[in-house]
Design a protein around this ligand. Structure first.
Ligand SMILES: [Zn+2]
Length: 50
């Protein structure tokens, strides 16, 4: 059971369908699903530049 390592959206905790890479407010790399991108940017998540 290694489901912890599946890419989950950092905002809604669902499996991210189109994950976008961000850093959260603790500077941790996270993924955010397409639905939550606006919310993530309001939470001061920073885009990880490719
Ligand atoms: Zn989400």
């Amino acid at each position: 059971m290694f489901s912890l390592f599946k890419k989950k959206c950092a905002v809604c905790k669902q499996k991210a369908r189109e994950p976008r890479k961000y850093f959260d407010d603790h500077n941790e790399p996270v993924v955010v699903c397409a639905q939550c991108v606006l919310y993530a940017e309001r939470r001061a998540f920073r885009k990880r530049s490719a």
